[in-house]
Design a binder for this molecule. Structure first.
Ligand SMILES: [Zn+2]
Length: 361
């Protein structure tokens, strides 16, 4: 069960001190390693307290003073539990563990205590109050960064997010199945190690639904934006429109239009240009689908597969035939079924292409 090779990385990651390539390596490992995820979830159980501990070994009374002030701060947050007596000033330092147990059980009624915010650079603000040390992050609160600040968000016990400069994000949901942020503007990089569909980020144009992954979301001042996936899969959804974006691909989104059609990071410029017209121009010029197909390489299967569900008639047939030239239909799926718009053969094709495991959908 225990994963020894990553012991040090795990501890440093939980502390927020793992950086650069080492951090990226560990995040890659994390997505595939249940043992490390479980261990990290345990480390996350008391983040505000453990992260506030001095790094060096300190005299017990100093340690306790720090813990007590943390508990005070948490207590102030627990406004709906006035009946609880908080006698920690009478506790001896060895009673630390008992204090944490009390705190955890009370905090659990209100919100996941593992949601927190820490400054990475500059001075981020939560509801316009400066964040200079790790602090709690509660539903309804806005976290904002200016042009020179960045912040890290502990996403409950299921992941991490990094808010880039010039960004605003609000915490909307903290229940077990609804970890939800709202990114109004700026950039957010998320790494999530929970099962699919537990973490959501709303933007003005669409909602990013985590399917087990790492990704970056960018939203501009108009509310338009782009999603880029580096590990696993993300669904980008708005209304009944959903795009499935695998690692190595990205997807634009526009306010009022929802998500566009995903494309590979290295997709040809001609494909991207035609796709922008297809996705966001009210009446695309004649031949737009033809130009997409003419520019498409075998590596652009993610784009063609999505077009199957967004075209009809002769255009859908052309898309189907173009995709089938590089990625044969799987057994049991027929061209007629695809052209008729049946969901199951399309899903089977996506899985055989490697676009995603649809079992959670
Ligand atoms: Zn591991």
């Amino acid at each position: 069960m225990n994963c020894h090779r990553w012991l040090d990385a795990r501890a440093a990651y939980a502390d927020g001190t793992l950086a650069g390539a080492a951090r990226a390596d560990f995040e890659t490992h994390l997505v595939g390693c249940a043992a490390c995820r479980a261990d990290l979830a345990g480390l996350r159980a008391l983040p505000d307290l453990t992260r506030a501990l001095p790094r060096a070994v300190a005299p017990a009374r100093d340690l306790w003073a720090g813990i007590a002030s943390q508990l005070e701060a948490q207590r102030a947050d627990l406004a709906d539990s006035p009946a609880i007596d908080w006698p920690w000033r009478r506790f001896a330092p060895w009673a630390l563990a008992a204090g944490i147990v009390v705190l955890s059980s009370v905090a659990a009624r209100r919100a996941d205590p593992a949601w927190s915010v820490a400054p990475l650079q500059g001075v981020p603000e939560v509801d316009r109050a400066a964040v200079v040390a790790p602090a709690g992050f509660r539903p309804g609160q806005w976290l904002a960064t200016d042009a020179s600040s960045r912040a890290r968000i502990a996403v409950g016990r299921i992941g991490e997010a990094e808010l880039g400069p010039g960004s605003r994000v609000r915490l909307r949901g903290v229940s077990g199945r609804n970890h939800r942020l709202e990114l109004a503007r700026g950039s957010l990089r998320a790494v999530i190690w929970a099962p699919p569909r537990l973490f959501f980020v709303d933007t003005p144009a669409a909602t990013a639904v985590d399917l087990g992954c790492a990704y970056t979301l960018e939203v501009d001042d108009r509310g338009d934006g782009e999603l880029a996936v580096t590990l696993g899969y993300v669904a980008l959804a708005e209304g009944d429109r959903e795009s499935l974006v695998p690692a190595g691909a990205r997807c634009r989104m526009r306010r009022g239009h929802g998500p566009g059609t995903p494309f590979a990071d290295d997709a040809p410029a001609a494909l991207r240009a035609a796709l922008a017209e297809f996705d966001f121009v009210a009446v695309p010029p004649n031949g737009t689908v033809g130009r997409i197909l003419a520019a498409a390489r075998p590596a652009d299967a993610v784009t063609l597969w999505h077009l199957l569900g967004r075209t009809a008639g002769a255009e859908r047939a052309a898309v189907c035939d173009a995709l089938a030239r590089t990625h044969p239909l799987p057994p049991g799926s027929t061209r007629d079924g695809i052209l008729a718009g049946d969901i199951e053969p399309r899903r089977a094709w996506a899985e055989s292409i490697g676009l995603g495991n649809f079992s959670s959908r």
